[in-house]
Design a protein around this ligand. Sequence first.
Ligand code: CDP
Length: 310
Amino acid sequence: VLCWFYIYPGYRLPRDKEIVEEVLRQGEVWQKNQTGIDLYRKLLTECCDPRRMFAVTKENSPMGKVLWYDGEFYHSHTVNNETYPLFVQDNPLQLPLKKCAVVGNGGILRHSKCGRDIDQADFIMRCNLPPISKEYVEDVGTRTHLVTANPSIIEKRFQNLLWSRKAFVDNMKVYGSSYIYMPAFSMKPGTDPSLRAYYALADTSSNLTMLFANPEFLRTVGKFWKTRGVHAKRLSTGLFLVSLALGLCEEVIAYGFWPFSVGLDEQPVSHHYYDNILPYKWFHAMPEEFVQLWHLHKTGTLRMRVGHCP
Ligand code: CDP
């Protein structure tokens, strides 16, 4: 069980147990609030311009443009002959997207039977190349339109693509013809693995399209949440995707967001639906993020699914 978190003096983040109780009180009651949806789309458009800026494109990053890494101080990449051709021309998504499902990797999804619900969305986003094999389908669904991939996964799971690329290319087939969204320009060591992942897909005529996350977008989204009480070294992937979805979609439903060790039934919950490996020293501030997301749920701006699906 987590200890107390302080955001700033005078404000205390509720404990796991208090959050569980609050969620239970609210129950499955939810009412869509179009004013809230419009307001958040406006706020996110003003701060971060997700439509134009979420990916690195030829349009927003022409030759010679300096991309400042958002996860490091004073590191930049100047768009050149080698990188420019790898960028998509412009935002490739058909906007506005209607109903979007953002699927976090929380253990709360296990035995949730939310697969069918998730698959009914028009646009489905997933985090960090999660497993969606047969044993998980009932809980997490099968369809994917955008999936994020952290360069560290390329390093750990696919030997940095320095040897065979077959395992990587084969593994990616479960994501069909979706977009693979990589923060290639966030941390310096992440650039090469991201470019290798691009080539591994391009050279094998894969159905997936690589999109590099725009570091400027990631930075502005980070600032947006900082002013709203999320004080992490870095936002979690899930919150980046929810922010993107709030900016691009008419309706957002979030699944698998539950960074607590106990569930609504007071039973232990694993960190992920597929394992229980905890993040490094809470690099992110997931409970703080959850409080924000729950606030958006209560006000009808997005819907959080934290229990079983009907
Ligand atoms: O890379 P990161 O640690 O951010 O993510 P992950 O463990 O692969 O999970 C994907 C996302 O699901 C996270 O970024 C969180 O937003 C969310 N998550 C959650 O809310 N509760 C959990 N127990 C695990 C993940």
